[in-house]
Design a protein around this ligand. Structure first.
Ligand code: UT7
Length: 333
């Protein structure tokens, strides 16, 4: 049997840049309350959200992802043709094939780059960052574009008071590449299929096609169940991510959890016993819950406002439908 060649890549990986796209249309709580039986006060108190962005014409999953990706590539100081892999996490791309990522590659001038979509719901961005770091260290790509993008308004029933006020649209992208020093800590990830019904769809597209259900399938969430799981289990994952990175909460500059609900963020901050100087992402207030896009959107907002700065040490955690989760410590671009 011949001995096969293998490759090894960079010693370490880091995030070079982040770019984002926020849909044009701002939707207030008052507007949402025209569609569901709710109040601005209830939505603010229970979720922290005051407004969100809903995508419109020219703002498809592919459009938004491409805009975010172009900014990330430009900020990374590389050419689109340098991209060695495009990984796109989403649960709301309306085509089974071809992948959104291969279309994004064409739109940004990265024709030829391998491309794949993957579904890890609200943990998608952290899954992507972890996989990209390993692929770069493994030597199969040098620069990887990791995108988290959602157009959740296509899969949410605007009249469902359990989800309509919460979910929203947007895109975030990062370029990950080789590094002399560690810029992405070990990933702590998992999944629990026994809770697959906690956030799911009302039916499959096949059921709808076959007339088995009257309405187009949309998201349905057991809000309290997910909330309890997040505040009960996610503190363990965040602590483990710190431990595996070899740091403590005192070493952190920034905490960027998935923007699921401000009260979940509050619970995580308390459980982690974060020092008061650690900046905490609260992008949900004006962005809503954008699933795979929420962490890069929040990261970019903090960097652009000056709340966080390049080189800061940040703890990330994504969690959602599956139920799945992923956490890691990163150095901000
Ligand atoms: O991103 C993926 C992961 N997803 C999450 O992490 C979401 C986790 N879950 C949540 O964030 C929260 O469960 C929600 C924000 C979705 C809901 O908040 P909650 O505090 O868990 O509300 P609840 O479902 O326990 O309902 C409390 C009350 C109920 O009334 P009673 O029984 O106390 O009289 C509901 O009927 O609020 C009522 N309610 C509403 N009232 C006004 C439920 N939805 C609404 C609404 N507006 N939209």
């Amino acid at each position: 049997m011949p001995s096969l060649n293998t490759v090894t890549g960079a010693k370490h990986a880091r995030i070079y840049s982040v770019g984002t796209y926020r849909p044009r249309r701002v939707v207030t709580n008052a507007e949402v309350c025209e569609l569901i039986d709710s109040t601005d006060e209830w939505i603010r108190e229970r979720s922290g959200i005051t407004e969100r962005r809903w995508a419109g014409e020219g703002e498809s999953v592919v459009d938004m992802a491409a805009e975010a990706a172009k900014i990330a590539v430009e900020r990374a100081g590389i050419e689109p043709t340098d991209i060695g892999l495009i990984m796109l996490g989403t649960v709301s791309h309306p085509y089974a094939f071809p992948s959104a990522s291969v279309e994004v590659g064409e739109l940004i001038g990265a024709r030829g780059a391998p491309a794949l979509d993957f579904a890890a719901a609200c943990a998608g961005f952290c899954y992507g960052v972890g996989m990209a770091a390993d692929i770069i260290r493994g030597g199969s790509a040098k620069y990887i574009l990791v995108i988290g993008v959602e157009r959740l308004t296509d899969v949410v029933n605007e009249h469902d008071r359990g989800t309509a006020f919460l979910f929203a649209d947007g895109a975030g992208a990062v370029v990950i590449g080789p590094s002399d020093t560690p810029g992405i800590g070990p990933i702590v990830w998992g999944g629990d299929g026994s809770q697959k019904d906690a956030i799911t769809m009302t039916a499959s597209l096949n059921d709808f096609r076959d007339g088995l259900v009257p309405d187009y399938p949309t998201a349905v969430m057991a809000g309290q169940q997910v909330f309890r799981w997040a505040v009960g289990e996610m503190p363990k994952a965040t602590k483990e991510a710190l431990e595996q990175a070899g740091i403590t909460a005192a070493d952190l500059d920034v905490f960027i959890p998935h923007q699921a609900n401000n009260r979940i963020t509050d619970a995580l901050v308390r459980a982690l016993d974060l020092p008061p100087n650690v900046k905490v992402a609260r992008d949900i207030i004006t962005t809503g819950n954008t699933s795979a896009a929420s962490i890069p959107l929040a990261m970019d907002a903090m960097l652009q406002s000056g709340e966080a700065k390049s080189g800061d040490t940040a703890l990330l955690i994504g969690f959602g439908s599956g139920l799945v989760h992923a956490a890691q410590v990163v150095t901000l671009p």
